[in-house]
Design a protein around this ligand. Sequence first.
Ligand code: NAD
Ligand code: TYD
Length: 351
Amino acid sequence: MKSDKTILITGGAGFIGSHAVRHFINKYPYRIVNLDALTYAGNLNNLKDIQGHPNYHFEKADIRDRDALDRIFNFYKPDWIMHFAAESHVDRSIMDPLAFIETNVLGTANLLLAARKHWQELQGKLFYHVSTDEVFGSLGAEGYFSEDTPYDPRSPYSASKASSDHFVRAYHHTYHIPVIVSNCSNNYGPYQFPEKLIPVVIQNILNEKPIPVYGDGTNIRDWLYVQDHIDAIDLIAHRGKTGETYLIGGHNELRNIDLVRLLCNIMDHKLGRTKGHSENLIRFVKDRPGHDQRYAIDASKLEKNLGWLPMIKPEIGLEMTVDWYLKEKEWLAGVTSGAYQAYYEQQYQNR
Ligand code: NAD
Ligand code: TYD
């Protein structure tokens, strides 16, 4: 298929990035180059269905490696960069902040450097930076994050993402690189690595293991089905304004404990277990240090300017997610073998 644009997607072997690669390959005649270092979170099995597609190319490379970026930019001459690659888990950032600075801050700076060096002509170019609502800090019972909310990151993860957001905007202001930043709430769906809450809960219910709920379980997150995030990114990349920021949210706030109980009910039903069986696995454990209380997004700019609204209701999205994990037991077994066990034990031994 003749392609009319080359998009370099970083982190395309991860959770959200793999959905992006699949989406853009299937929907557009674009050449997609997936640049991924295949860390513990990167998995080419996430993209089995599109291996061999004539418009798909994979480059195992690290965004910390400037020479590798030069080689890839020289070879593919990307028109757009969609930057998903990151260290993405708050608990890991508390254990090892430096890894987050290296990949999220320096890695993003390297990509910006490469874009500036290789993009002589800026017409038609786009550096799309995928970021998180966690850069805005923590809300109390009231209020929402909006595009005007001042940054107040509070974990090493969110501090590193905040720093990368600033560099991206600085490259726009200083060097006129066409950039867009979007900050999104918590995603869930197929292929999410079982270190994040929803797949941890699903996995532990499957194996009848304790479900760790941090603190008293009253922390609130706004959950968005991953395809809704990808649809928003697609819309923003094609119709959004460069130099601008867009917030993406699910309009779906849930307390952790309520979400966990919902998953217990769905799973009991699907597994033919008696109602209440899985709830007995819930354990309130020592809280995450610096645990943000509440995230919530006012996504009205995106709705007003580009007509975006989330399509997947949580009851449906959670059920689709559970169905996927139940069907893909081999995928789950694959990603939870090896180093994962040591991580899980280290993470939960002190809680
Ligand atoms: P993930 O951890 O599932 O995947 C990250 C991917 O990046 C992996 O494939 C990994 O191999 C790759 N990677 C990591 N370090 C790299 C490096 N140095 N060089 C090249 N590749 C590297 O993450 P995710 O949950 O899919 O998140 C993707 C992006 O979306 C991140 O930037 C994250 O901050 C952002 N985000 C995530 C959420 C969420 O709920 N998961 C919400 C908002 C924004
Ligand atoms: P997580 O999925 O790690 O996303 P984030 O920290 O980026 O929001 O966690 C979501 C919420 O669930 C957060 O409030 C922490 C909590 N949590 C638990 O209670 N138990 C767990 O085992 C995990 C991983 C998270």
